[in-house]
Design a protein around this ligand. Structure first.
Ligand SMILES: Cc1ncc(C[n+]2csc(CCOP(=O)(O)OP(=O)(O)O)c2C)c(N)n1
Ligand SMILES: [Mg+2]
Length: 550
């Protein structure tokens, strides 16, 4: 009978458990794991920094519902990988962090890159373990994968000592667990479904808020049916965009502040009342708002605002229950109500203010002009990645999504530097689609070197850098001997970076240059950078609650 090494056991069991992608950087002691992954048919992508690789692993988990692995060397590599585990923890996305570790028989001796890795991972993962025997590696991999996707998704960590990776075992001595099934989709209590519908029927100012939990649950068909049937006004969270298309007539996203502030009954679909939704509290919400909460994590129900009705389970299953109950007893929110009129009025006023800025042809350009040009040129099924401060916030309103899981951004953790890893993850999952990655210049700088990764794998990604020479804005004239904390090099030519790796770069300062650069860039089927110099003083449209945002 054949002998297998630990690296093969790890890779083979990952593949068996539905892990299709592995991102990382090789070195001691994980080189054999990367090679084994390739042999076992896992798509291995070598990154330039483990942070980006770990962000990419979380994004794959969100996009596909099965985790990707991030492979790190011991010590500093694994520490970099915690960035993605923490990002996945905050976003509730599954991923597997694999940290190489020193030989277990050198523990405590000051071994090469020895570090308390399991302890370091622990607060950010649902599961952290150091496998104890080679033949039990598949057992640990199954535990890590299952824990990451069952219940509220999150990261798992496996600590892999060198002696386990290179150690050998007779194939017959290995116990292979079965492939863990996709998580069971739990339905909510039928009595609670009735109470939820009663509450909605009696609401004067109902609102549906669609979160990325609904996108993760692949609930788009059910949510669309529900919105079509009930005719309820809805708005998406930043990554809930596209579950129902942004151009749907019942979307009140352009009246977001007023919709949140005045709703009397809110149906939360896979969204949390955290900072993104202003905790569900006054002054952004009514004191007496009644909440129906559809949530996979029981402990989340009632967080910050007590839920009038808690619907605990899988968003797809539960919205399916709501739709089934509505088929038995049809109901829709009336077509003519004061609430609809108010929302329409507020939305129209906001859209008019934004439209003027979108058409503004002055040079230097502002955000709205640039983002409107991107909107007008990207293919309808493009994967959109957006990060930055103003760049990201404005992109949320200007760049529409038409389908679920087509937008990735800084997310619940507000992490800058995720964009390039996310874009690479999106290209890995959807190699047939265009990925457009819209980056603030600061956001881009966190992991700009991953442009080389995108070029090496010939990915169809257009990076657009909205360049205001700084964090949230530059300073046109400053003392070069003492740059202010938020500035970066004025008019930095980031597009030149990609030329060193065989990609095409463009620099644009006027609407005309931007339009033709984007046209050419999007026509390529390989990585491009469009670096757009905008007014360093350009800002977002004044917000009603500016003092409460970041
Ligand atoms: C990891 C991390 N470090 C720092 C920050 C603080 N931060 C918030 S937004 C931002 C960058 C915003 O600038 P940019 O990406 O250029 O977008 P802009 O607002 O200028 O369009 C930074 C550094 C963060 N959110 N995450
Ligand atoms: Mg900037």
């Amino acid at each position: 009978m054949a002998e297998l090494d630990g690296a093969t056991l790890i890779a083979r069991s990952l593949k068996q458990q539905g892990v299709e992608h592995m991102f990382g950087i090789v070195g001691f002691p994980v080189i054999p794991v990367a090679f084994a992954a390739q042999r076992e048919g896992i798509n291995y992508i070598g990154f330039r920094n483990e942070q980006s690789a770990s962000y990419a692993a979380g994004a794959v988990g969100y996009l596909t519902g099965r985790p990707a692995a991030c492979l790190c060397v011991s010590g500093p590599g694994m520490i970099h990988g915690i960035a993605g585990a923490a990002n996945a923890w905050s976003n509730a996305w599954p991923m597997i962090l694999l940290g190489g570790a020193n030989d277990s028989f050198q523990n405590g001796q000051g071994a090469f890159q020895e570090a308390p890795q399991v302890e370091a991972a622990r607060p950010f993962v649902k599961y952290a373990a150091r496998p104890d025997r080679i033949e039990r590696l598949p057992f640990y991999v199954e535990q890590a994968v299952r824990t990451s996707i069952y219940g509220r998704p999150g990261a798992s960590y496996l600590d892999l000592p060198n002696d386990l990776i290179v150690g050998k075992i007779e194939e017959g001595d290995v116990a292979w667990p079965a492939r863990c099934a996709d998580p069971p989709a739990a339905q909510a209590d039928p009595a609670a479904i009735e109470r939820a519908l009663d509450l909605l029927r009696n609401a004067e100012r109902p609102l549906v808020i669609i979160g990325k939990g609904a996108a993760y649950a692949r609930a788009e068909q059910e949510v669309r049916d529900f919105i079509e049937t009930t005719r309820l006004p809805f708005l998406p969270s930043p990554m809930g965009k596209g579950v129902v298309p942004d151009d749907h007539p019942l979307s009140v996203a352009s009246a977001r502040s007023d919709a949140l502030k005045n709703a009397d009954v809110v149906l939360l679909l896979g969204a949390r009342f955290n900072w993104i939704l202003h905790f569900g509290l006054p002054p952004r919400f009514r004191e007496d708002v009644k909440v129906i909460q559809v949530e996979i994590c029981a402990e989340e129900i009632g967080a910050n605002v007590p839920a009038e009705v808690g619907l605990w389970g899988d968003a797809k299953a539960i919205v399916g229950q709501l739709c089934a109950a509505l088929r038995d007893e049809p109901w829709s929110y009336p077509a003519e109500t004061a609430w609809r009129k108010e929302l329409a009025k507020s939305g129209a006023a906001n859209r008019a203010a934004v439209e003027a800025m979108e058409h503004d042809a002055s040079v230097p350009m502002g955000y709205y002009r640039v983002l409107a040009e991107i909107r007008d040129q990207v293919p309808r099924n493009a994967m959109l990645v957006c990060e930055g401060s103003n760049t990201m916030d404005i992109s949320r309103t200007v760049l529409p999504n038409y389908d679920a899981r087509e937008r990735l951004d800084a997310g619940t953790f507000g992490t800058m530097g995720v964009g390039l890893g996310f874009a690479i993850a999106a290209a890995a999952v959807h190699p047939d689609r265009k990925v457009v990655c819209v980056e603030g210049d600061s956001a881009f700088g966190f992991s700009g070197m991953e442009v080389e990764t995108a070029c090496r794998y010939g990915m169809d990604i257009t990076f657009v850098i909205v360049n205001n020479s700084g964090i949230g804005g530059g300073v046109p004239d400053y003392d070069r001997a003492k740059p202010p904390p938020m500035v970066y090099t004025p008019e930095a030519r980031y597009e030149k970076m990609i030329e060193g790796f065989g990609g095409k770069g463009y620099f644009a300062t006027t609407p005309g240059e931007l339009s033709s650069a984007l046209k050419d860039a999007l026509a390529q089927r390989s990585p491009t950078i469009v670096n757009v110099a905008i007014d360093p003083k350009a800002q977002r449209k004044p917000q009603k609650f500016e003092w409460l945002t970041r």
